[in-house]
Structure formats: structure tokens, C-alpha cells
Design a protein around this ligand. Structure first.
Ligand code: NAG
Ligand code: NAG
Ligand code: NAG
Ligand code: NAG
Ligand code: NAG
Ligand code: NAG
Ligand code: NAG
Ligand code: NAG
Ligand code: NAG
Ligand code: NAG
Length: 434
């Protein structure tokens, strides 16, 4: 029994070493550091042939070229998007048939600005009305090359300002991918979230460079870096995110996720949630480790946001409350903040401005076994003297929330925390109310 285990492991190791060597020419590392994934990532098979994607090069739609090259090189090939080319995508591409294939993106892929087409044809992912330009899934798929995906977001930022119900596509839809690595890649001007990762497992994101600011007075809203949903064993590491909403967000049924070595600027923090938005759904977020994050110019550093037990409206396009479930075993370890409104924010009153109402209808989402540690830096002026807020809607729905080694100061030198309905003997912070 033991001997065969050792043998199996040795074979597994040889396979993954082979995969690493094979991929080294393409600048994909495939290695997680310093923390290892909750479960080992499956090795990638060797690729045997290379296909280049032709491009029209004149702004006409290249999606048929892309899909036919992927079909030709699927099952053991590498599909190259050439360095000197721009590929225009004007049709929604279903790439969920991929298997043992690499996409080496050296050039640029740009999505058209045809907002009528995309609103009618982008893939509807249902959750929070998210739609995606494409959906990429299957098994053992690596996407790398440090080329660019450009979502042509400006037209969407301007359109959204006049109609909040416009369905803005997510730039990268990873839907049903089991085994693979994504990155290095440059992602620019996403109309909405940069990544939606759903129904996926064993995926590593690394070397992702996100940026895209609006050039008009209409800011680029809801540009989350990653939204993870119904997915397990995911790693996000070594990335730089310049955006205007959550840097990373753990949405319903994100389990076993490691996020490490990120530089986030302008975001809403690394967020568990929002959760409990849909009344008849059960949301589970469990086993999350967030390590070594630099957080600049953000509303939050470490954040947990769940909806209350009562219907609430955050904005025209975001309403919810009343859903149940649990948030369990979440660790935020090592974070440096600068110009961040709250270093730590835990709320069970998301989307509801009336705190009395939240306490009357406590959240049905329980929060337990949460660890905040080694967080340092300076907040923004916004809530000075407060630097954090840990507020549950009832002591019955929150337990075992710990904070230690929190060396955070406000610009005026204060360190006050609001702590409500939590055991503040576990919080090594300056709770000024409880
Ligand atoms: C959309 O893209 C086309 C082709 O690149 C360009 O001619 C047009 O001006 C763009 N429209 C908007 C509203 O940006
Ligand atoms: C994920 O899988 C579930 C169950 O098969 C399915 O209902 C759903 O449409 C899939 N996609 C997303 C984005 O949830
Ligand atoms: C989609 O948007 C509509 C309009 O805002 C809203 O009523 C509905 O609840 C949303 N659906 C989901 C799944 O969020
Ligand atoms: C932390 O992340 C930064 C990148 O943001 C990286 O340079 C540094 O090596 C990481 N530290 C550790 C201990 O991994
Ligand atoms: C960081 O975000 C701020 C807005 O919060 C923006 O003005 C600045 O340009 C960003 N920095 C980089 C390097 O993109
Ligand atoms: C989350 O997982 C639980 C347990 O498997 C399941 O009951 C629930 O329906 C899932 N929720 C969502 C939103 O997928
Ligand atoms: C909780 O998460 C940590 C990583 O932060 C992990 O090492 C541990 O195994 C998890 N606990 C359980 C019970 O899965
Ligand atoms: C934070 O924002 C300020 C002003 O908007 C900007 O100068 C600075 O570069 C930003 N920090 C980072 C790390 O981008
Ligand atoms: C907040 O909710 C309480 C309890 O339901 C209610 O009595 C109060 O009028 C509400 N306050 C506002 C400003 O709506
Ligand atoms: C705690 O915060 C209050 C309010 O800002 C401040 O007056 C007090 O000095 C702080 N206590 C410590 C030990 O820093």
C-alpha cells in the first residue's frame, strides 16, 4: 500500500517536472509560492504541435479564425496569436470544448465596441446578471504569452452612466475549466469585471496585469479583478491590479482559494462577498487564504460583506438580502495598506443603510473562524480616527473572529475600531464601541 503510494507520487512528480520543462520556453511558471494550493494542481500534458491564428488585420471579425484554429490544434497543440497582430473579436466565442491545449497570446485581442450586439449575444451567466464576451473551459488549458486582451471599455463606461441596467460584458469568462493556468497576460479596459471564474477547479492565475481607466468623466465602475463563483481550488498570485472595484471577490461557493503576492490600487479590497443576496440560495465560502497583499488607494483592505436578512437595495442594478449560508476559515495574513478607508471591514448589513433594520433582521449568513493578522500601514482620512469596523448583526451569527498584529494608523495617528456583536477579547485592536 505504502510502496504503491510512493510510486504514484514519484510518477506524478516526474509528470509535473516534464510539464514544467515543456512550458518553460513560453514563460509560464506554473509554480505556486510561497503557499501551495489546497490540493495539488494536476500536471499539464506535453503539447505536440503549433498552429498560428490568422488575422484579417483590418478590424473585421476574427472570431471564426480563432475558433477554427482552436479546433485544429485542440487535444495536444499550442495555438499562437502572433506578436505583431491585432485580432478583432466581434462575435461571442464559446470555447468550452478545450482539452490539453495552450493559447499563447503574444499579440492583442480586441473586442468590438458594438454594444447592441454584445448585449444581445454575450454569454448570460445568470449570477448578478453577469455576461461574458467569451467563455473558456474544458480541461488542461493554459493561456499565457503576456499579450493583451482589450475590452474596449470606454463606450461601456459612457453607456452605463446613462443606463445602469445595460449589461456590460466581463472581459475574461472562465466557465467550467478544470485544470489550467492563466497568465502572464495584460488585461485592459474591461467593460465590467475583469474575470468571472465559475464552475471551475484547479486553476492558477499568475502574472496578470490589469489596468483601464476611463478617459471621460464617467468612471469605469464594477471593474472587479476577479469574481470567483462555484469554484474550488483556485490560486491567484503575482499580479498587479489597477481597477475600480473589488481587487478579488469570493462570491457564492468559492472554496479552497489562495490569493498571494498582489499589488492592488484603486480597488474595494480583497472581499469575501457579497453573499446572502438571493433569498432562496445557500452561499458557502470556505478555506480562503489571502497572503502578502499591497493595497493602495482603496475603500478597504480585508473585507467581508454579507447582505442582511431583509430585502435591501444598494443601487439600481444591485438588490438583495435574505439568503443563507456560511463564511468559514478565512485568513488574511500580511497586508500593507496606504490611503485605504478601512484596513478591515466586516459587515452583515451590505446594501442597507438602516442599521436598526439590519439588527432587527440579522443576516442568515454565519461568519466564523476568521483571522486577520499582520496588517500594517496608514488609512485614508475618510473615517479618521477609525481605521476598521467589525460589525455583526447579532452575536449569534458571528463567532471566532480574531485580529492580531494590526499596526494600522489613521493620518491623525489614531487606530480606533468599531466592534459590534463580536467577542472583542479575540480582537487585539482598539475597539472603541461594542
Ligand atoms: C467603434 O469602433 C469603430 C471601429 O474601430 C470606430 O470607427 C467607431 O468610432 C467606434 N465607436 C465608438 C462609439 O467608439
Ligand atoms: C454552473 O453549473 C450549474 C450546475 O450545472 C449551472 O446551473 C450553471 O448554469 C453553470 N454556470 C454558472 C455560471 O453558474
Ligand atoms: C438582474 O437585473 C434585474 C434588474 O435590475 C433584477 O431585477 C434582477 O434581480 C437581476 N438578476 C440577478 C440574478 O441578479
Ligand atoms: C510579496 O509580494 C510582492 C509583490 O507584490 C513580492 O515582490 C514579494 O516577494 C512577496 N513576498 C513574499 C514573502 O512572497
Ligand atoms: C492608482 O489609482 C489611482 C486612483 O485611485 C489612479 O489615479 C492612479 O493612476 C493609479 N495608479 C496607477 C499606477 O495606475
Ligand atoms: C453552494 O453549495 C451548497 C453545498 O453544496 C449548495 O447546497 C448550494 O446550492 C450552492 N450554492 C450555490 C449558489 O451554488
Ligand atoms: C483552513 O485554512 C487554512 C489555510 O489558511 C488551511 O491550512 C486549513 O487546512 C483550513 N482548515 C480546514 C479545516 O480545512
Ligand atoms: C495612489 O493614488 C495617488 C493619487 O491618486 C497616486 O499618486 C499613487 O501613485 C497611487 N498609488 C499607486 C500605488 O498607484
Ligand atoms: C430604520 O428601521 C427602523 C426599524 O424598522 C425604523 O423604525 C426606522 O424608521 C428606519 N429609519 C429610517 C431612517 O428609515
Ligand atoms: C483608541 O482610540 C481612541 C479613539 O481614537 C483614542 O483616543 C485612544 O488613544 C486609542 N487607544 C490606544 C491604546 O491607542
Amino acid at each position: 500500500m505504502k510502496v504503491s503510494n510512493v510510486l504514484t507520487q514519484a510518477i506524478g512528480l516526474t509528470l509535473s517536472l516534464t510539464a514544467a520543462v515543456e512550458a518553460s520556453g513560453s514563460s509560464r511558471s506554473g509554480a505556486c509560492h510561497p503557499h501551495q494550493p489546497f490540493h495539488p494542481l494536476p500536471p499539464s500534458q506535453v503539447r505536440h504541435r503549433t498552429c498560428h491564428v490568422p488575422s484579417h488585420g483590418d478590424g473585421t471579425d476574427d472570431s471564426a479564425n480563432i475558433l477554427s484554429t482552436l479546433r485544429k490544434c485542440n487535444n495536444g497543440g499550442k495555438v499562437v496569436f502572433d506578436a505583431d497582430k491585432t485580432y478583432t473579436v466581434g462575435k461571442a466565442m464559446d470555447m468550452t470544448f478545450l482539452k490539453h491545449v495552450d493559447l499563447e497570446i503574444l499579440g492583442t485581442i480586441q473586442f468590438t465596441n458594438d454594444t447592441d450586439y454584445w448585449q444581445a449575444n454575450a454569454f448570460k451567466q445568470v449570477y448578478q446578471n453577469a455576461t461574458t464576451f467569451f467563455q473558456l473551459g474544458g480541461t488542461d488549458v493554459n493561456v499565457y504569452g503576456d499579450g493583451t486582451l482589450d475590452g474596449n471599455g470606454q463606450v461601456w463606461y459612457d453607456l452605463y452612466a446613462s443606463d445602469a441596467l445595460v449589461l456590460r460584458p466581463v472581459l475574461v469568462g472562465i466557465i467550467g475549466l478544470h485544470g489550467g493556468t492563466i497568465g502572464p497576460l495584460k488585461l485592459r479596459y474591461s467593460p465590467q469585471w475583469y474575470h468571472f471564474v465559475a464552475n471551475s477547479s484547479d486553476v492558477l492565475f499568475e502574472g496578470i496585469d490589469i489596468s483601464g481607466f476611463s478617459k471621460s468623466k464617467n468612471t469605469a465602475k464594477n471593474t472587479d479583478g476577479w469574481d470567483i463563483y462555484r469554484s474550488d481550488n483556485i490560486v491567484i498570485q503575482d499580479s498587479v491590479i489597477n481597477n475600480g472595484d473589488d481587487c478579488v471577490s469570493f462570491k457564492p461557493n468559492s472554496t479552497n482559494v489562495i490569493v498571494q503576492n498582489l499589488h492592488c490600487n484603486g480597488s474595494h479590497g480583497i472581499s469575501v462577498g457579497s453573499l446572502g443576496q438571493y433569498k432562496n440560495e445557500v452561499d458557502i465560502v470556505e478555506n480562503i487564504l489571502v497572503y502578502n497583499i499591497s493595497m493602495f488607494n482603496a475603500s478597504d483592505g480585508a473585507r467581508i460583506k454579507v447582505w442582511p436578512g431583509v430585502a435591501s437595495a444598494l443601487s439600481t442594478d444591485l438588490q438583495g438580502g435574505g439568503g443563507s449560508g456560511s463564511v468559514k476559515n478565512i485568513t488574511y495574513d500580511t497586508m500593507t495598506i496606504q490611503n485605504v478607508d478601512y484596513a478591515i471591514e466586516v459587515t452583515q448589513c451590505y446594501g442597507q443603510s438602516n442599521l436598526t433594520l439590519c439588527n432587527e433582521y440579522p443576516s442568515s449568513m454565519t461568519i466564523s473562524d476568521v483571522h486577520f493578522k499582520n496588517i500594517k500601514g496608514t488609512t485614508s482620512r475618510k473615517y479618521d480616527p477609525h481605521v476598521g469596523t467589525i460589525v455583526c448583526s447579532s452575536p449569534n451569527v458571528c463567532s471566532d473572529i480574531y485580529a492580531s498584529e494590526i499596526a494600522v494608523k489613521s493620518p491623525k495617528g489614531y487606530n480606533a475600531f468599531t466592534c459590534t456583536n463580536v467577542d472583542d477579547s479575540l480582537l487585539a485592536v482598539n475597539c472603541t464601541s461594542s
